[in-house]
Write a protein that binds this ligand. Structure first.
Ligand code: DAH
Length: 346
């Protein structure tokens, strides 16, 4: 008798329906409340013979679980249906979308590419994992040059000490891209090579084991130092403002002859002298020079016909000058408080 009653209640609760929250509440009272039908079964349960208690107990539990599930389900469905109908105000203004920001190094790199792009430079990118041949040897670095030292350069493979040109390494400058491009092209060409470089440095506010450079190279007939100077002056003025002055100091790089380092008038104090420029009024921003005939020949370019200039600059350095970032580590820590400051830049 009791078992049949339970079975019929099970069927009953399985097909319950409700049109609104009130009806759901009625159902809850009818089946699940203290005075509800399921609790009433407990009175009958007391008089069940011992040997049937287990079977009937399980059935009652099943009924209770099912009724709870069905009634909760009805309540949820109604809430959902309500939310998707009258509650939606289709005329309401949309939530604002949080826009991301470009990384400051990307902003500066794009600006450099844009300025040189307007002067006819096209993009070329070489590999970050490179070999000694392109990064050092073809660029006229002597076999015992200290840049090849483990203290300066990360080596991936240093298998053959007798032949350093076989070494595989993380490039320590983008100048290797010059060799990659020149060995496969004949002049005239004007290229710009942005990219990441690696050096074996302890990480601090002023040094990092990786940073970014942009390399420039122009090879043609009759390219002179004057051309180099004018292009760099134009770049400096576009980047830092029309009043910017430049100064070229003689320097040495194995792959250029003559070589120079270029300073710009300090854009923080306008050249008067401040803490940033160490009271000199000038800050160094790049290395440059006329491509050494050795490099042209190493790449199969006739140095009796062609000459060229090259330059290389650090993107972090330019970004520091533009945005006064005091700690290099900020560029790679992904702290959104720092990155969000560049939302208004492009
Ligand atoms: N490769 C140099 C460095 O990492 C920068 C440089 C200097 C690049 C002179 C050049 C150049 O192309 O002509 O410090």
């Amino acid at each position: 008798m009791l078992l049949e009653k339970i079975e019929s209640l099970l069927q009953e609760v399985s097909s319950l329906t409700a049109k609104n929250a009130e009806e759901v509440e009625q159902l809850r009272l009818k089946y699940l409340s203290k005075k509800g039908e399921i609790n009433a079964l407990m009175n009958d349960f007391r008089s069940v013979p011992k040997e049937q208690k287990k079977e009937i107990g399980i059935k009652i539990n099943e009924l209770k679980t099912r009724a709870t599930e069905v009634i909760n389900g009805l309540r949820e469905n109604l809430a959902e249906a309500e939310a998707t109908s009258d509650d939606i105000d289709l005329t309401r203004t949309a939530y604002p979308i949080e826009l991301g920001a470009r990384h400051p190094l990307t902003i500066v790199k794009n600006e450099i590419i844009d300025i040189f792009g307007r002067m006819g430079f096209t993009l070329f990118q070489g590999p970050e994992v490179d070999d000694d041949q392109h990064v050092f040897t073809m660029l006229n670095f002597a076999a015992d040059h200290p840049a090849r030292d483990m203290q300066d350069t990360f080596f991936i493979e240093r298998s053959n000490p007798a032949d350093v040109t076989k070494n595989v390494l993380l490039r320590s400058h983008t100048s290797g891209d010059e060799a990659h491009f020149m060995e496969n092209h004949q002049p005239p060409f004007r290229i710009l090579c942005p990219g990441r470089v690696y050096r074996n440095e302890a990480i601090s506010a002023r040094a990092h084991c990786f940073f970014h450079q942009v390399e420039g190279l122009y090879v043609d007939k009759n390219v002179s130092f004057t051309d180099l100077k004018q292009v760099l002056l134009t770049f400096a003025r576009e980047m830092f403002g029309p009043d910017t002055k430049i100064r070229l100091r003689p320097s040495y790089f194995p792959f250029t002859e003559p070589s120079a380092e270029m300073d710009i008038s300090c854009n923080i104090c306008g050249g008067k002298g401040c803490g940033f420029c160490k009271h000199t009024g000038w800050v160094e921003i790049l290395g440059c020079g006329m491509v050494d005939p050795h490099d042209l020949e190493a790449c199969g370019i006739d140095s009796s016909i062609y000459t060229g200039y090259a330059f290389g600059m650090g993107v972090e350095r330019i970004a520091n000058l533009k945005y006064r970032v005091s700690d290099l580590r900020m560029f790679s820590e992904n702290d959104t408080r720092f990155l969000d400051e560049f939302k208004s830049a492009y």
